[in-house]
Design a protein. Structure first.
Length: 480
């Protein structure tokens, strides 16, 4: 079979491109080396939809951040993506740097960001009372928001699958080359041919580009450590609070999440290890120390977990998008670091349009834009919950007590298009195992549901990828 487009990588950009391309007729395939969507950078980031004031004018980061931000209201409704425009504050702690806030405001306005204003300390304290004592002013960006990156990525992928896009998981691309008018893609399992390739391979995007183009890319993974605080801290901050940016980013932020937690981070450590996402004592210490520059007396002792993620920092410090002139039909989505999550819908829109025009792909008349109903019981009113339970009693059975996730929601996650097949896949789709106990109480019950729904044994259940089984053997009596 010859595909029209093969997308390599099922992070938020790859899945967004798949969804946009599924508006057109054609054979589309996504190849992902991990066991599920959203297993790399897309699952370990700040979960922020940036307003777009920070990027240099005229860059892809600037243009596509602002466009992506504006697309989020419609996307969140179409695809049931948890998204809230809470606004952000970028704080300054030195009088001599106050002018930089005004420079950021002017840059943001040139980028097309609306509603920016520079606030005095007193004005900033009125909307964020726990700012640090050293804060002397802040840039307010009302269009900034928070999102669930797991649900966002899964929604793009599920909707793409509903519209005919194929997904292959657990396959790693090993070689790409021209084969006449087509591209030949060799994985560790199969050989594919396609008219067009989309390179959305995250920290490995330079490796794939450098197989086909003399315009060599160089991606340096940049590791960032985070802390996640319990929902008991909810309301201590109500906006995303950044620090004045440097060349390494906006520093350690403090922000609410859509799930009611508070996220703190990230650090920025460059590394040559594209797989190393372990947190470090040094990294966590930096997070704790640096957050105090913006927020006073944050209850940091309410940490329920820590994690780290890798950002794909390209030496040109901008997104690398589109076809290299010596590799027509090979479309890069490379160097997607911050604000990549915010820009992902706009990146997808642009790349999909380039492919449609180049290959004259025709629009589908039966494109399904609206995602299936995604049930999340906890935010519903009592009356809405009662109605759902009457329709399906499984929605009345609490499995994850910390996050209030029901058996019905877990079953939905398993039965969905591209349904969850691992504990982490269920976690990312439902929010179970993410609360104070970090799965300590709900994991056995979730495993029971998985055995029933998937027809597998306990020893077949994995946390994530290969080798992550929780039960490795049975006793002679049959007990695990």
């Amino acid at each position: 079979m010859i595909y029209d487009v093969i997308i390599i990588g099922a992070g938020v950009v790859g899945c967004a491109v798949a969804r946009e391309l599924s508006r057109s007729k054609g054979a589309m395939l996504v190849i992902e080396r991990s066991e599920d969507v959203c297993t790399g950078t897309s699952k370990a980031n700040s979960a922020i939809i940036h307003s777009g004031y920070d990027a240099e004018n005229g860059t892809w980061k600037a243009k596509l951040n602002v466009r992506g931000n504006r697309m989020m209201d419609t996307l969140s409704k179409e695809l049931s993506i948890p998204f809230f425009r809470i606004g952000s504050l970028t704080v300054c702690t030195q009088e001599e740097r106050l002018g930089e806030l005004e420079q950021l405001r002017e840059r943001g306005e040139r980028n097309g960001v609306e509603g920016l204003s520079v606030l005095s300390r007193d004005e900033a304290l009125r909307i964020e009372p726990h700012l640090a004592d050293d804060v002397v002013g802040a840039l307010y960006a009302p269009t900034a928001g928070i999102v669930c990156p797991f649900r966002m990525t899964a929604a793009f992928a599920e909707n793409a699958a509903e519209n005919g896009v194929e997904f292959r998981f657990g396959e790693e691309v090993q070689h790409i080359a021209r084969d006449g008018e087509l591209w030949r893609i060799e994985t560790d399992r199969e050989v594919y041919h396609t008219r067009a390739v989309v390179n959305a391979a995250g920290v490995y995007a330079d490796v794939l580009n450098n197989m086909v183009s003399s315009h060599q890319l160089c991606i340096t993974p940049r590791r960032g450590d985070y802390l996640l605080l319990d929902t008991t801290v909810e309301g201590y901050v109500t906006h995303t609070v950044f620090q004045l940016p440097t060349t390494m980013g906006k520093g350690v932020l403090v922000s609410p999440t859509v799930h009611g937690n508070t996220i703190v981070g990230p650090t920025a450590f460059e590394t040559d290890d594209r797989e190393q996402t372990a947190t470090t004592e040094e990294g966590i210490a930096q997070v704790i120390l640096k957050q105090s520059n913006s927020i006073k007396d944050l209850p940091i002792g309410q940490v329920i977990t820590s994690f780290s993620g890798l950002r794909a920092s390209e030496q040109g410090h901008d997104f690398v998008l589109g076809e290299p002139d010596d590799a027509p039909g090979f479309f890069n989505c490379a160097g997607i670091e911050s604000p990549g999550l915010s820009a992902s819908p706009a990146i997808a829109e642009m790349i999909a349009q380039q492919i449609r025009e180049k290959y004259t792909l025709k629009e589908k008349q039966d494109f399904i834009a609206q995602q299936r109903d995604i049930v999340h019981m906890k935010p519903l009113s009592y009356e809405e919950q009662a109605k759902k339970i009457a329709q399906n009693p499984a929605y009345g059975v609490i499995v994850c007590r910390c996050a209030g996730v029901t058996e019905g929601e877990i079953i939905d996650a398993i039965r969905a298009p591209l349904g969850a097949r691992t504990l982490d896949g269920i976690k990312r789709r439902t929010g179970s195992q993410m609360g104070r106990c970090q799965g300590g109480f709900c994991t056995p019950k979730i495993m029971d549901i998985m055995t029933r729904e998937l027809g597998i044994g306990m020893e077949d259940i994995r946390k994530n990828g290969p080798g992550s089984h929780l039960v490795t053997a049975r006793t002679k009596g049959g007990d695990e």
